[in-house]
Design a protein around this ligand. Structure first.
Ligand code: DI6
Ligand code: FE
Length: 412
């Protein structure tokens, strides 16, 4: 290296998550320069640095990536959860105007600062366990103005807190009441007015839709993807969660970043995803919370070589989950992912699901987004439920305590 590094983490055990495995380097060091990883390797070979941090033998992984959330929303739906425990189904509740639409009402009614105030504690919970990149979807506004409010709130979270936020426009999440019986007209509005305006304001990193009996059809989803393509935006899809709509094959046809949920995925969908390199984003929180019994076809996905990611799906209706470590545990216990698959799913593969080549592994040139852990071995991250093993987080080369963001005082 030509000049000394800014910061050297030494006496550390690295799980680099590079090349599809843990990529373990024992008795290691990692150097940071200009917010990027400058070097990683054996401690004895470490380059000089302006500052040295002795990690006391702790483990370091890439900062965790939660690649599917609806974390910006107002209100809760605990009353519906209780109704389901008293016998109603999720689809019954949705058809009676509850479900997603009850969160739409609350989110539309919330002023900007109120939406931020309610969303920030959920984000803080993720940050306290080593998350450094977070995807946030819109989809509870369903008008141009209220979708913009959600996406601006997501962007503000990335400015106020030490986390990189990737925004996804999910205007085709549910049919707003103003368009009852006129789903195709609403899709016109999404494609011709909302998406171009929001993309023009720089609020959209990717485009998603809910392709489902209670959402939008295959043909309507295709129109949303065509609109995204015209604007040069990548696509992803809520696919095959409650029923098989051929959504995974559709998003693969558009070279999509990911197909998410996939409990009802068919062999054709698996093959299409493998051909396109589309990531399978697994959301075990929703499976658990809905007491679903159909599992994503994991063995078929593995055999086809489809990368598996794991995310919280944090949302008030089907996955009120603000722990990515617990999502990893659920993926292992409910679906028998290996702890290595779960950790790849929240690092390298989650980065790929967001189309981010600059994060997700500990390799020279990547952003210095790192998490330092008090654990004996990497599997402990998925093993312990409710543990808080994160000791230090580094975001773009800047170290912080895991709960340092708790000090943040929001105006109002
Ligand atoms: N699938 C989900 O799991 C969430 N959205 C979606 O399209 C549920 C959102 C909600 O119920 O509020
Ligand atoms: Fe979702």
């Amino acid at each position: 290296m030509s000049e000394p590094a800014d910061l050297l983490f030494t006496n550390v055990r690295l799980a680099t998550m590079a090349d599809g495995g843990h990529g373990i380097i024992d008795d290691a060091a990692l150097a940071v320069r200009g917010g990027r990883i400058a070097w990683a390797g054996r401690r004895l070979d470490a380059p000089p640095a302006a500052q040295v941090h002795d990690c006391g033998g702790a483990w370091m992984t890439p900062g965790l990536v939660d690649c599917h959330t609806h974390i910006v929303h107002a209100g809760t739906r605990s009353h519906e959860w209780e109704a389901r425990l008293n016998g109603a189904s999720y689809e019954d509740i949705a058809r009676q105007g509850g479900g997603i639409l009850s969160t739409v009402r609350a989110t539309r009614a919330a002023a900007d600062d109120e939406l931020l105030r309610q969303s920030v504690p959920r984000v803080r919970a993720l940050l306290a366990e080593g998350v450094t990149t977070l995807e946030i979807k819109s989809g509870y506004g369903l008008t141009l103005e209220t979708e913009a409010k959600m996406l601006r709130t997501a962007r503000r979270i990335g400015e106020l807190l030490p986390v990189k936020v990737c925004t996804t426009f999910l205007g085709a999440h549910a049919l707003p009441p103003e368009f009852a019986g006129r789903a195709d007209d609403y899709i016109d509005e999404v494609c011709e007015r909302m998406l171009p305006a929001l993309a023009g304001e720089g609020l959209v990193d990717a485009v998603d839709a809910f392709c489902e009996r209670i959402g939008f059809t295959h043909a309507q989803t295709r129109r949303v993807f065509d609109a995204a393509r015209r604007l040069g935006l990548p696509v992803k899809l809520h696919a095959e969660q409650l029923s098989d709509q051929g959504g995974a094959a559709l998003v693969a046809e558009y070279g999509g970043l990911s197909a998410d949920h996939l409990e009802c995925l068919t062999p054709d969908g698996v093959a299409a995803m493998a051909r396109a390199g589309t990531v399978a984003v697994l959301l075990p929180g929703a499976y658990h919370f809905l007491r679903e019994t159909r599992m994503p076809p994991l063995q078929a996905l593995r055999e086809a070589g489809v990368p598996l990611a794991v995310a919280t799906d944090c949302n008030p209706g089907t996955s009120p989950l603000t722990s990515l470590l617990l999502a990893m545990n659920l993926a292992c216990t409910l679906w028998r992912l290996t702890p290595l698959e779960a950790l790849l799913g929240c690092t390298a593969h989650a980065a790929r699901a967001l189309g981010r080549g600059d994060i997700g592994t500990l390799a020279p040139g990547k952003r210095a987004d790192l998490a330092l852990w008090d654990i004996e071995r990497p599997a402990d991250l998925a093993y312990a439920m409710g543990a808080r093993p994160c000791r230090l987080v580094v975001h773009g080369g800047v170290p912080r305590l895991p709960d340092a963001s708790l000090d943040l005082q929001l105006a109002g």
